[in-house]
Design a protein around this ligand. Structure first.
Ligand code: GLY
Length: 343
């Protein structure tokens, strides 16, 4: 399969190439005839970054520990130091080879270094392939607050090779499916019904392309999240609160981002939607129940950047394929969660 989507954002337009085997073709797809900083982590099979390096005139691979802690000022400073030490100029580039953490971090380093150098993203997780690699959100975390320092900075190209998903653990595939289900539930009834009728694990190529088309449409209308793009936060307001509590847990009891989004969607929809979501989330290997302390999760929601003054903004799904933007005080929001009967 091979499909190229064009993200139409004026001077910041770019192509998203979705193609089995694309990784082996990066020399044709990207301009790598310059200094190239390839950023990856130790959870990504090294062969992916090495394949990119073989296609570059002057590659440097940097590998960081897998996980959210890598999205830090320390690592950002390290990336800038590596570029300075190796004589990078504004005509050189950064390539992310990894999941959302590596994409967010590398994109922000590219946005910041010399006031912006070219950035390519080669996402290697389903979550980053369907969602975080496109749309230009880049960030690091600070003082325990996720994504609180960052920039909108569009990549020059995104190369998505679904073949790399063959090395991805099943739980990580489920993690990415949560973002696809989020988009289908609110924006694409047809996709939701196809997932409902099928086995999501066996239709990943189709899910990737359909999700990217939704995201492309949304980002083209509203690149900087002033209005429509907020729909992509369905499940994320409470999800981030749950995630902050889950982060305090160790090992398998910790929850992935997509798992928190899955849980975060359930109170924010009509009962008929919830019943269908529960079925689809279970099919996708995602949790629909949790023993996370909801009061603590709700307290963490107050730190969320979707707060507008004393109001919390959230997305509600009244029927499959539709959404509403709602606003509530924290107390009202807590009532919505507690009275939903979701958990
Ligand atoms: N992942 C949400 C967005 O890109 O806006």
């Amino acid at each position: 399969m091979s499909e190229t989507l064009h993200m139409d954002l004026g001077k910041e337009s770019y192509d998203i190439v979705v193609e089995r085997g694309a990784l082996a073709r990066v020399s044709e797809l990207l301009n790598l005839n310059r200094r190239v900083l390839i950023v990856t982590d130790d959870g990504v099979p090294p062969v992916y970054a090495e394949t990119v390096a073989e296609a570059c005139a002057e590659p440097i691979i940097v590998t960081y520990p897998q996980g959210e802690d890598t999205k830090s000022f320390e690592v950002l400073a390290d990336l800038c130091a590596v570029m300075l030490e190796n004589g990078f100029t504004r005509t050189d580039c950064v390539v992310a080879v990894g999941g959302g953490v590596i994409g967010d971090l590398s994109g922000f380093a590219a946005a910041s270094f010399m006031r912006g150098i070219d950035f390519y993203n080669i996402p290697t997780t389903l979550l980053s392939q369907v969602d975080s690699s496109i749309g230009g959100k880049t960030a690091i975390n600070h003082e325990g607050v996720k994504n609180c320092v960052g920039a909108f900075y569009q990549p020059k190209k995104v190369v998505i090779d679904p073949e790399v998903l063959s090395t991805l653990p099943a739980r990580q595939v489920s993690n990415g499916l949560a973002e696809a289900i989020k988009m289908a539930a609110t924006c694409d009834k047809d996709l939701f019904e196809r997932i409902e009728a099928g086995n999501p694990m066996e239709m990943l190529d189709e899910i990737i392309v359909s999700s990217l088309k939704i995201k492309k449409y949304v980002v083209e209308q509203d690149a900087t999240e002033k209005s429509l793009r907020r729909v992509l936060n369905f499940g994320h307001t409470l999800g981030h609160g749950i995630e902050s509590q889950a982060a305090l847990r160790d090992g398998d009891r910790a929850l992935y981002h997509g798992e928190c989004v899955a849980l975060g969607m359930l109170p924010m929809c009509a009962p008929e939607v919830r019943d269908r979501l529960v079925t689809v989330l279970k099919k996708a290997g995602l949790p629909t129940e949790t023993d996370i302390d909801m009061n603590a999760a709700l307290a963490a929601v107050s730190h969320d950047k979707k707060m507008d003054g004393s109001k919390i903004n959230y997305v509600y799904c009244p029927e499959i394929g539709a959404f509403e933007f709602r606003s509530a005080s924290l107390d009202e929001y807590a009532e919505v969660v507690k009275n939903s009967g979701a958990y």
